[in-house]
Design a protein around this ligand. Structure first.
Ligand code: GCW
Length: 718
């Protein structure tokens, strides 16, 4: 295909995309995985459920749970459940906490489920009647149990001999939204904010309520609604009652409201002439502010703080540490049971690229490891999964192992900032699984036990009181929430992994596909396969061998622009020159970054012989002719993987086309248009990267003539 043809195909595909997106935009919010599609009559009849649902207790969360159950059963099975608020006298679905259920039957005590927001789904005879019990450790747990039961029905699982004990892996399972008060979302690809418009909280919060429902259905218990690049006005006295309105629509779903705050707020809001965290007046300011918030929102979750990062104010102004900054806020929150997430994404973005020892990857560990053990026990250090910034492939951040006496949360990115911005299919759960399962090889008891990232962040490995998961979601007003129906698998996957990181990506996507599309085996097989392969496909035609995504890092983080990473202060270098490519981060000759890992992990990365191919260029500077473990040279691997990735992106179209008669027309068209666009973009990526590396190295592709699209992507894409 000539460059002109590619451009034509791309623009046609993009117009189609915009048109179908517009189709969606006119509609109400897409129900995502909560479709509750009616079962075929015969299957519906085979579900034997008690005719009534009784709640024991009167909390808003329990009432929500009861209504949700009635709604789901009504839609899927065509049955109207009777609702009751009294202890049942006949056969019933009984919803409540262990505290209440144990009064009816002493066998039902909470030690059956250990804690958190866990629950037990159990079919048994209660006081002589066939009963289906949904028992939570908390009311929220009971709500989660309802969603699980509905998910089982939606996926056609039997509920006859129900006995399912579930417990969250970690207490913290939050999403972050990067919404600005003007309604624009930083790195948001699903439209404007569902929370804010024109500097105010939106009058209509129906989408926010619907979002809380989606979050609750996957076990997410907190949502930070504004950008980490926080506007100090968020804490203005006149704004707090507006935030209360968001908390009010979250509450029925057990989702705690939290906000990002600017560390300089005590000064920026005009009250004080300082924001020095060690100044008593500053401590008092935070205490009063927090008291005022809890006066309005008693179940407020806490704050997220980005400080001394990318131009944000921070404790360095006063020569104070990040622990000083986190603690002054943590102490104010502690009285009310709130937490502060303090982000470890702190680095100098004016690094000297000529300095071969300079390394942005080292920043988080250098800033936070020395402070281990000095944070309050309701402060949580929030750490991006890799040491750079949400690239398509990075090693795990060494800081996870570097904080053993501090609470941690892992920050994952649901919004696909560097992974195709929802225009490319890229299901991230397989990548997150690799990160969460990575063994840091630390000394714990028993000594044979692995110290996987998930064990550390959940607080299990080092017996921390709190810890867990934060996912940057950035849903918007677009009917599809994230801007694409397929991208919602990432939100679903995040929630499911935060609840149970032992789940496989295959299990998660199968659940999602059945609930979002259909139980039809052809649909399940095809969509699961497409989603599970999508991360590798995207990686193949973008950033190879751990070199970073190779996207435009000083612009939109979307187009191919490999050279944009070089010769600037941002430190996302891959140091490609005439002879070699990759960052030397070894202890022996490089930046020494590898030394931040525990010794057993250092051994994996320090030597070329042990370093896995997929991270080679993250850790080593090697000649283009260096032979990988696979036997291929680095350069031939770049050529081959880019051609293969672009071909596989094309293959996604044929897979999807086979579903024409199996998926509703609207979604079929929408996804098809995206896949066609993606396939065109993959060719652009392939040709830009292959041309770039050929120009640098002068080494031709052994298998094929140089790509036919020598133009820059700017000419070709949206
Ligand atoms: O990756 C960068 C993003 C910024 C973001 C920052 C962060 C909210 O490009 O948009 O700012 O990370 O995580 O703080």
């Amino acid at each position: 295909m000539t460059p002109r043809n590619i451009c034509r195909v791309l623009s046609t595909a993009f117009v189609l995309l915009v048109c179908t997106a517009a189709l969606f935009a006119d509609d109400d919010a897409d129900p995502a995985w909560l479709r509750y599609t009616a079962l075929e009559e015969k299957t519906a009849q085979s579900y034997e459920l008690p005719p009534q649902v009784a709640i024991l207790g009167d909390s808003v969360v329990l009432r929500t749970a009861q209504q949700e159950l009635a709604r789901g059963v009504g839609q899927m099975l065509g049955r109207k459940l009777q609702l009751s608020t009294r202890a049942p006298t006949g056969s019933a679905i009984v919803l409540g906490t262990f505290a209440e259920l144990s009064k009816l039957d002493p066998r039902l005590h909470s030690s059956l489920v250990l804690g958190g927001d866990g629950y037990w789904l159990k079919r048994l005879r209660l006081q002589g009647h066939d009963s289906l019990l949904i028992i939570g450790v908390t009311d929220r747990g009971a709500l989660y149990g309802v969603f699980k039961l509905l998910s089982k029905i939606g996926r056609r699982e039997s509920v006859v001999a129900l006995d399912d004990v579930q417990q969250p892996y970690a207490p913290v399972r939050w999403v972050n939204q990067w919404d600005n008060l003007d309604g624009h979302i930083e790195r948001g690809y699903g439209g404007a904010s569902i929370f804010f418009a024109n500097g105010q909280v939106r009058a209509d919060l129906s989408r926010a309520a619907e979002y809380a429902r989606l979050l609750a259905s996957i076990g997410i218990n907190g949502c930070t609604v504004n950008n980490v690049n926080a506007d100090p006005r968020t804490l203005a006295p006149s704004f707090l009652p507006q935030l209360k309105r968001i908390a009010d629509v979250f509450r029925p779903w057990g989702v705690q409201l939290s906000i990002s705050v600017d560390l300089s707020s005590p000064k920026a809001l005009g009250d004080l002439d300082t924001f020095d965290p060690l100044d008593a007046r500053v401590a008092e300011w935070w205490r009063k502010k927090v008291d005022a918030i809890y006066g309005l929102i008693p179940d407020f979750g806490g704050f997220v703080v980005k400080a001394d990062s990318e131009g944000r104010a921070g404790p360095s102004v006063y020569g104070r540490t990040h622990a000083d900054a986190a603690n002054v806020i943590a102490r104010a929150l502690k009285l009310h049971g709130g937490v502060v997430f303090y982000r470890a994404f702190v680095y100098n973005h004016h690094l000297d690229w000529r300095d071969l020892k300079a390394d942005r990857a080292k920043a988080a560990y250098e800033n936070f490891h020395p402070l281990d053990g000095t944070f309050e026990d309701n402060a949580i250090v929030q750490i991006k999964y890799g040491p750079i910034d949400f690239q398509v492939r990075e090693p795990v951040s060494p800081l996870f192992a570097g904080l053993q006496s501090t609470n941690e949360a892992i920050e994952l990115q649901i919004t696909q900032e560097y992974t195709g911005q929802q225009l490319h299919l890229c299901f991230l759960a397989p990548m997150w699984k690799e990160v969460l399962d990575f063994d840091m090889h630390l000394d714990v008891q028993p000594s044979s036990a692995p110290t996987r990232v998930k064990d550390i962040i959940s607080g299990r490995a080092f017996h921390r009181p709190v810890g867990g998961f934060a996912g940057v979601a950035n849903v918007g007003l677009d009917a599809t929430w994230l801007g694409s129906p397929m991208a919602m698998a990432n939100l679903y996957g995040f929630g499911r992994l935060a609840w149970d990181p032992d789940l496989s990506a295959a299990t998660i996507i199968e659940e999602w596909t059945r609930l979002t599309f259909a139980n039809d085996p052809v649909v399940v097989r095809t969509i699961d396969d497409m989603q599970l392969n999508s991360w590798h496909i995207y990686e193949s035609y973008t950033g190879p061998l751990g070199a970073g995504t190779l996207t435009n890092i000083v612009g939109n983080h979307y187009d191919p622009a490999p050279q944009s990473s070089e010769e600037n202060g941002w430190g996302q270098w891959h140091r490609a020159d005439h002879d070699a490519i990759g960052m030397d981060r070894t202890l022996a000759t490089g930046t020494g970054f590898i030394g931040q890992y525990p010794p057993a992990v250092q051994k994996i990365y320090e030597t070329l012989s042990a370093c896995p191919d997929e991270l080679l260029l993250f850790f080593h500077h090697v000649p283009y002719t260096y032979a990988l473990h696979s036997g291929k040279t680095v350069i031939q691997n770049v050529y081959d993987s880019h051609y293969q990735g672009a071909a596989e992106a094309q293959g996604l179209i044929s897979q999807w086309q086979k579903l024409r008669d199996h998926v509703d027309e609207k979604r079929h068209k929408d996804v098809l248009a995206r896949l066609e666009y993606q396939a065109g973009q993959a060719v652009v990526w392939r040709d830009v990267v292959c041309r770039w590396i050929f120009d640098l190295s002068g080494i031709p592709d052994k298998k094929r003539p140089l790509g036919t699209c020598p133009e820059t992507a700017d000419n070709c894409n949206h």
